[in-house]
Design a protein around this ligand. Structure first.
Ligand code: NAI
Ligand code: MG
Length: 356
């Protein structure tokens, strides 16, 4: 039997509430399939830990995480600890040091999920966003000169290395080829005359190795309009760190909202563990009330199963989520229901058990 070691970081606010439902589903999968199992180790890091120890994680935290096959994260950040400290001290530290340079965000309208686009059908919204996750506009490069003076100048520099740009674009071509789908690159070469001209050039160069993959290239402003007006144009999409951050929130809005949006931070070389998380935050406004929607956290479990090489199980979890979505009474308040977080998790497990 294959045993996968998962490092679980429930984190802050609703993080622990939604993560325990994800783990419920993961354990259900292993019970339904005796060929593999999951061993979870819990790490109590986050803002409460920071309040006690003055740091977001243990000094040897990265070594402890490294010994695992994957990381499952709830959310970090809570009033009392500045967001740039909680973010850089845990989430961004893990993404960077474990070279998780691919951020995968599925934008898929499941049956029963609410969609604000009047005419969109389920088949119209089915995209896989591949966002550059290690450099670009979020490289943290820049300067702040003459602070507070009339001549004050702030520089925020995008960093696009050949290695970083090629590897994300190549990953996207490989993904589009294996799924037999169109690949769209989103950039802004007309205005960003260095970084995005380079991006477009690399997209074309690497594309020569993939003559079988049909491609499009859009400017980011046009792409945001098309995502609303003609979402069926997009299948696999590759884009930079900043554009991907913004467009995937737009994508979450048209495919059911934050309570349904999942994201995977992958180290495709598998030298380091990859990290799976719902993309929402710790939601302090509803934390502790047992009403957070766990479906995004459960969707990230589906992504984890896919990454481990169990695409059928990944799909089964999504089908179970779809079943639960079709009955409004079994949903949390953000989706118009009255159910509690744990009830939704139980319903997904029941649906999954009925499916297989
Ligand atoms: P948020 O995602 O926590 O909440 C935004 C709104 O969506 C809130 O009204 C919240 O109640 C609702 N919401 C979010 N997830 C939900 C769920 N599963 N079910 C039902 N409703 C849900 O974003 P916000 O308020 O900007 O940030 C709160 C804290 O979370 C901050 O400290 C921020 O830094 C942190 N954060 C952490 C992230 C992470 O760990 N990946 C991502 C985003 C924010
Ligand atoms: Mg974001």
């Amino acid at each position: 039997m294959k045993k996968w070691n998962i490092a679980v970081i429930p984190g802050d606010g609703i993080g622990p509430e939604v993560v325990s439902e994800g783990i419920k589903v993961l354990q259900a999968v292993s019970e339904l399939n005796p060929a593999f199992a999951f061993d979870c180790a819990y790490f109590p890091w986050g803002c409460e830990y920071y309040a006690k120890h003055g740091k977001m994680m243990d000094d040897h935290g990265m070594e402890q995480l490294r010994a695992h096959d994957a990381i499952y994260l709830g959310a970090v950040g809570y009033p009392g600890v500045p967001d740039h400290i909680s973010l850089w001290g845990l989430l961004l530290k893990i993404r960077k040091e474990f070279d998780q340079y691919v951020n995968i965000r599925p934008i898929r309208l499941l049956s029963g999920a609410p969609c604000p686009l009047r005419d969109a059908a389920k088949e119209d919204i089915d995209m896989l966003f591949i966002r550059e996750n290690s450099e670009g506009e979020y490289a943290g490069a820049g300067d702040w000169l003459f602070r507070g003076k009339p001549e004050e100048v702030v520089l925020q520099t995008g960093v696009f290395s050949r290695k970083g740009t090629e590897r994300i674009i190549r990953y996207a071509y490989e993904t589009a080829r294996s799924l037999n789908k169109l690949l769209t690159s989103v950039s802004k070469g007309n205005a960003l005359n260095y970084s995005m001209v380079f991006w477009d050039q690399v997209f074309e160069e690497v594309g020569k190795e993939y003559p079988d993959v049909k491609t499009y290239s859009y400017l980011v402003d046009a792409a945001s309009m098309f995502m609303i007006k003609q979402p069926q144009r997009f299948e696999v999409v590759v884009t930079s760190n900043l554009f991907g951050d913004i467009l995937t929130d737009l994508g979450a809005a048209i495919s059911g909202g934050l309570g349904l949006a999942a994201g995977a931070n992958l180290n495709p070389d598998r030298r380091y563990p990859s990290m799976f998380e719902p993309i929402h935050g710790s939601a302090p406004d509803i934390a502790g009330r047992g009403i957070a929607n766990p479906l995004a956290a459960i969707w990230s479990v589906s992504q984890m199963l896919d990454f481990f090489g169990y695409p059928d199980w990944a799909e089964a979890v999504l089908r179970a989520i779809e079943q639960v979505l079709t009955d409004r009474d079994t949903l949390t308040p953000d989706l118009g229901g009255t159910a509690a977080t744990a009830e939704v998790g139980d319903r997904v497990v029941a649906a999954l058990t009925g499916l297989v």
